[in-house]
Design a protein around this ligand. Structure first.
Ligand code: URA
Length: 422
């Protein structure tokens, strides 16, 4: 095949065949198709879309570029969750031990943050001693002994996607449903989980702001999973407002531990329980009482075991930032708005996220919210606190929060929609 012909086909709204897609992904992985050619193709796909067959072929070709894992030796069902990413989205932390406490295996291959959405591995690395990199053998052994694992996806899993995702990131081609769906699902199918629950975000802090596009992304991924033999379902959830009260890394671990102790913010608890019920339903336990496992300490026991198994000390103090600054309510009223995206960008500018893949994150940096939309506030009440190791970061963080929140009269509050849309 000639890659220029394939680019022209997608440019002119044509369809690529299975052998063409197989050849393309193999040639790109091995360096025979250049980044500039793949970037042109990615842009043509973003603009003109792909058929369902093309998306399936692309996903299968990316899986075939690397290894496939196999958990069948465990002798228990495996179930995973994937979120398309949000602000303050620490749900994996309480969810994984909660589900594992029901005797199913939860292999959470996770990533690091890039841009304003945080990464689960970055959050957990604020726990002293905790290790993100495990060999496949260590991962299997831990799933067998404690039932859950959160670790970095090894470089052998869908290498074509790693290369393509890095290219999309710098060419404005991330936001294409065929490319997002094949990217996420190639890794999840190659991972070898029996079942998968997708948490697809909609709203201002999500990839897809529009709920109709989020629904299309969810449906595309659900079809890809089920066609490949992975029992897959999706929840559509609200990312107009940050999840919970903590945005950052160490503070999100702290909040997750509160949830595991039976407390924590209502929205984090609600989403954790909804996803846990769905995961256990797919794993054959439709009647699991997930709230009871949070209340009676089973989920916390499971968390302590998983953190220890990866070298972490769950009792060690978490890092605290050197500097803080708090923003106070200029008037009394109701908090009308608190927009996820600018709060995510502000936390990122404080050092909680990274601009380039090789940057380090500052684990104690972030934002703690003291009120949520709909809350009544008094004049002078603390609204949120920014934390950073370097006070020079506050100015840029605060500038991204201008206009991101609003206090008004009680009657003006319009809500921000249900947390779980379906
Ligand atoms: N996460 C991924 O892994 N890939 C995408 O394309 C988007 C989000």
């Amino acid at each position: 095949f000639d890659v220029v012909d394939l680019i022209r086909t997608k440019r002119d709204k044509g369809t690529l065949s299975t052998p063409e897609i197989d050849w393309l992904i193999d040639a790109y992985t091995r360096g025979f198709v250049g980044d500039e050619q793949m970037a042109a193709l990615a842009m043509a796909i973003l603009l003109n879309g792909m058929s369902r067959d093309e998306i399936r072929d692309l996903t299968l070709a990316m899986i075939a570029s690397g290894e496939r894992m196999d958990f069948s030796s465990l002798g228990k069902p495996t179930v995973d969750k994937h979120s398309t990413g949000g602000v303050g989205d620490k749900i994996t932390l309480p969810l994984m031990p909660l589900v594992a406490s029901f005797g199913v295996a939860v292999p959470q291959l996770s990533g690091r943050g890039l841009g304003h959405t945080g990464g689960t591995l970055d959050k957990l690395e604020s726990i002293p001693g905790w290790r993100a990199s495990l060999s496949n053998e260590e991962m299997l052994a831990q799933l067998d002994s404690v039932g859950g694992v959160i670790c970095a996806a090894g470089s052998g899993l869908a290498p074509a996607d790693k290369k393509l995702y890095a290219l999309r990131d710098i060419t404005g081609t991330v936001e294409a449903i065929p490319l997002i769906a094949s990217s996420i699902m190639s890794k999840k199918i190659a991972e070898g989980t029996d079942s998968l629950v997708l948490d697809v975000k909609f709203g201002s802090g999500a990839f897809m702001q529009d709920i109709a596009l989020s629904r299309e992304l969810a449906k595309t991924m659900v079809d890809l999973g089920n066609d490949a033999g992975v029992r897959t379902t999706a929840l559509l959830t609200n990312m107009n407002v940050p999840l919970g009260l903590a945005i950052g890394n160490a503070n999100e671990v702290r909040e997750s531990v509160e949830v595991l102790a039976g407390g924590g913010p209502a929205d984090v608890v609600e989403l954790t329980l909804a996803l846990a019920s769905e995961m256990l339903r797919l794993a054959g336990q439709p009647d699991a009482d997930v709230a009871a496992a949070l209340a009676d300490g089973r989920a916390m026991d499971s968390w302590n075991a998983v953190i220890r198994a990866q070298g972490g000390d769950p009792t060690a103090p978490l890092p605290v930032a050197r500097e803080t600054t708090t923003v106070y309510a200029p008037r009394a009223g109701v908090l009308l708005r608190q927009e996820a995206l600018p709060f995510g960008i502000a936390a990122w500018r404080l050092g909680a996220g990274r601009a380039r893949a090789q940057d380090a994150v500052q684990h104690a940096a972030g934002i703690d919210l003291h009120a949520k939309p709909g809350d009544t506030v008094t004049e002078g009440q603390a609204l949120f606190t920014l934390s950073a190791d370097e006070p020079s970061r506050f100015e840029r963080a605060l500038s991204s929060l201008e206009g991101a929140w609003e206090i008004g009269d009680a009657g003006a509050y319009e809500g921000f929609g249900p947390l779980v849309a379906e």
